[in-house]
Design a protein around this ligand. Structure first.
Ligand code: ATR
Length: 271
């Protein structure tokens, strides 16, 4: 019988996950399908029950359910425990197990574009929300030795610094001068909306400084735009999206899909 997988959340129409996973099932000749299902928080428990009865093998979880789903799962993998959020769920004999592949997806994409040599270099994570938490956890687990954090609200940065033993907290008012960093990762939702210039003096950054923004829609945030104007190497969040999906796919099927080809397919739907 054909297996089925899903992504649940609300809104869900814009999700690129079905295109990606269905294309991987086809490439690897796996008899399965992946569908988007709109689920509101108040219907989450019933939706999970229905998915169990209907034989769903696994699913992704997106906004606004990533934290809310935790009480309804049978177990939580350490990847999700540290972050307090789940983006991947897998069916097992003992019930649903929750994982989080966002952080490792980020690191895979980052190293795919910029190599592994930055593990010893000095980096800065901008932001201290849920996305930043997943990323700093994965950076530390992957051996990044010297990562600072900065956030508009200082207290949240201090919490992450302590929890993940980050090197330093850079105060937001000092964000203008980032000349000491070898890489910078922008995780705030400010990039989604703002067209205002960031107060960073991009012209003082090292020419070799690598710039990553976890947003890919818009394709180029104001942050990336400014960095590119200063001829810096940049990546947007599409690679992270593809790699978090590849990690979910691997958890479900035991097979690792081709991440390069799908990047160009998705680029044409987004760019
Ligand atoms: P997510 O799960 O997407 O990370 P979040 O937990 O709401 O969402 O966190 C949003 C992040 O974007 C936070 O770091 C937030 O900073 P604050 O902790 O000060 O709120 C940051 N952020 C949102 N809007 C911002 C803005 N206009 N300027 C700077 N940072 C902003």
């Amino acid at each position: 019988m054909k297996k089925w997988y899903a992504v649940i959340g609300s809104p869900i129409d814009h999700s690129k996950s079905p295109i990606m996973h269905n294309s991987w099932f086809e490439q690897l000749e796996i008899d399965a399908t992946y569908i988007p299902i709109r689920v509101e928080p108040e219907n989450l428990e019933e939706a999970l029950h229905a998915m169990t009865i209907l034989g769903c093998e696994g699913f992704n979880v997106t906004v606004p359910l990533k934290e809310k789903i935790i009480p309804f799962l049978s177990a939580i993998d350490p990847s999700a425990q540290a972050i307090g959020a789940v983006n991947t769920v897998k069916k097992t004999e003992n019930g649903w197990i929750g994982y989080n592949t966002d952080g490792i997806g980020f690191v895979k994409a980052f190293e795919n574009d910029f190599g592994k040599s930055l593990r010893m270099a000095k980096g800065l994570v901008i932001g201290a929300g849920g996305a930043a938490r997943g990323i700093v956890d994965a950076l530390k687990n992957s051996g990044y030795m010297d990562v600072d954090i900065t956030n508009r609200t200082l207290e949240r940065a201090l919490v992450l610094q302590k929890e993940f033993r980050l090197a330093n907290v850079l105060e937001w008012r000092n964000i203008r001068d980032l000349s000491m960093y070898d890489f910078i990762i922008q995780t705030t939702s400010n990039g989604l909306r703002s067209s205002e210039n960031w107060p960073i003096q991009f012209d003082t950054l090292k020419r070799s400084c690598k710039i990553s923004d976890i947003i890919y829609n818009p394709w180029e945030t104001q942050f990336l735009h400014q960095a590119k104007q200063h001829q810096l190497d940049v990546q947007n969040g599409l690679g992270m999206f593809v790699h978090q999906g590849a990690e979910s796919f691997y958890l479900w099927t035991g097979q690792y899909p081709n991440t390069e080809k799908i990047v160009s397919v998705l680029e044409t739907t987004l760019g």
